[in-house]
Design a protein around this ligand. Structure first.
Ligand code: SF4
Length: 192
């Protein structure tokens, strides 16, 4: 399908430059806590799969992060690699699951302590602002994005984030409909 392959070593810097805020924030959580809860592993794992990370590399990627903190390698292999193989259709119902769309993510529930979801929808204003500032947004860009989110225009807020971080270029649809669309367009735009 034209998707290029990515490797575990590439994920961190791709996240910084090309991921939408939902996925970027999960990578930031992974960097700082070396853990993601169940729904985060699903949402982020399927996104990375869509971005071209193979199953073997996904296991390698999450294994190296999770075992940096409290999960020992044995426990990882027993408890977590099943979920990754499941995402890739190798366990359970053997369905080749697709990455979640924005609508699916926005409509989902996020409990306290979980990091998946859409930050424009699920974060309160103060934590959304802090997250955007951490990603380098400021001034009128920051205020525009916050205003869209506050008005309930979550995908528009995401489109504005894209515009603000891609020298004014809009997404082809103007709106973000899929995290992997944001990623692919960003990647394409970065190519000479
Ligand atoms: Fe992610 Fe979609 Fe929300 Fe953007 S609008 S942060 S891509 S879920």
């Amino acid at each position: 399908d034209g998707t290029e392959k990515i490797t575990p070593e590439m994920v961190k810097s791709l996240a910084e430059r090309h991921f939408p805020l939902c996925m970027k924030s999960m990578q930031m959580t992974l960097n700082s806590t070396h853990h993601l809860k169940y729904n985060g592993r699903l949402q982020y794992g399927l996104f990375l799969k869509g971005a071209g990370l193979s199953m073997e590399d996904a296991i390698k990627f999450f294994r190296s992060e999770f075992t940096k903190a409290h999960v020992d390698p044995d426990k990882f292999d027993k408890e977590y690699s099943y979920g990754i193989r499941y995402n890739y259709g190798k366990e359970g119902k053997k369905v080749n699951f697709s990455p979640w769309s924005c609508m699916r993510i926005i409509m989902g529930n996020v409990s306290p302590g979980e990091n998946h979801g859409c930050p424009y929808r699920h974060n309160d204003e103060a934590s959304l602002k802090a997250l955007l500032m951490k990603c380098g947004l400021e001034g009128s860009h920051l205020n525009d994005i916050l205003a869209e989110a506050k008005a309930g225009h979550f995908q528009k807020a995401c489109g504005r984030h894209y515009q603000a971080t891609h020298s004014g270029i809009e997404l082809s649809t103007g709106l973000t409909n899929h995290p992997n669309q944001f990623y692919m367009e960003s990647l394409k735009g970065a190519k000479p």
